[in-house]
Write a protein that binds this ligand. Structure first.
Ligand code: C5P
Length: 236
């Protein structure tokens, strides 16, 4: 499969066309960003680690019957994915209070939530990805009520698969962000990546942060903790 025209460059990935109109190349970059791009750093090996970790997670989801845009990993930094139109909604699932929820509602980080919650954020860098309700989604016209229902259900299904996988290797899945797209037939399909860039992962015993908070909060080497996650998922 040949790598064609660069279609889109985001903060962490580049998307290229291929010979097949329904398949894209994704290239994982070595750049880390936080706070809507205000903090930036190139980190050698980060793209490779996230490509491997995302691959393992999408494969595990596929084994559990959850389909996504993921096709296969083809090199250190590249994978093939099915082309989708990304729905501009970031879907966040939270099991334990941390990050913006802890701040907004005054919870101490690490407090288990009474139940898992799902939140929606409007994916718009200029607005700083604001938290939105289903009514905002309706007036913005960015997804139908049926699609919102599918986002909600699929997000919880992903949590149900990933939580025990991480638990078995001594890691707590605190929270994570998902993105979805519409395929050519209009079906809602899980997309983007699932990696320590998009999840909060804590060592269950020591509570060590094994995710991008290490970069956001200057807590040490990002690649060292991403390597721990890759190893725990069975990679090297
Ligand atoms: O910052 P906040 O607590 O709202 O983040 C919730 C989860 O969503 C975290 O796991 C974070 O890594 C992820 N997230 C993300 N991309 C964003 C915002 C949050 O991956 N733009």
């Amino acid at each position: 499969m040949n790598k064609g025209e660069l279609l889109y460059e985001g903060k962490a990935k580049r998307l290229y066309a291929t010979d097949d109109a329904e398949v894209l190349f994704v290239e994982y970059k070595d750049s880390a960003t936080a706070f809507n791009g205000e903090k930036k750093q190139d980190i050698d090996g980060k793209g490779n680690l996230n490509n491997q970790i995302t691959t393992r997670i999408f494969e595990k989801l596929r084994e559990a019957g959850i389909v996504s845009h993921f096709v296969k990993r083809i090199s250190d930094n590249e994978q093939l994915v099915r082309k989708v139109d990304i729905i501009p909604i970031e879907v966040v699932v939270r099991n334990i209070a941390a990050g913006s929820l802890a701040k907004r509602l005054g919870y101490e980080e690490g407090t288990p939530l009474e139940r898992t919650i799902v939140e929606f954020y409007y994916k718009d860098d200029n607005l700083g990805d604001p938290h939105i309700t289903t009514e905002h989604i309706d007036i913005l016209g960015i997804a139908t009520a049926e699609e919102v229902d599918a986002l909600y259900k699929q997000a919880l299904a992903v949590n149900d698969v990933l939580q025990p996988i991480f638990e078995q290797v001594g890691v707590q899945l605190i929270d994570f962000k998902l993105e979805f797209g519409r395929d050519v037939d209009g079906n809602v399909l899980l997309a983007d990546e699932i990696s320590p860039d998009t999840c909060r992962l804590w060592d269950a015993k020591t509570k060590q942060k094994l995710d991008k908070d290490v970069f956001r909060r200057d807590l040490g080497s990002l690649t060292e903790v991403y390597e721990i996650i890759l190893e725990k998922l069975g990679g090297k």
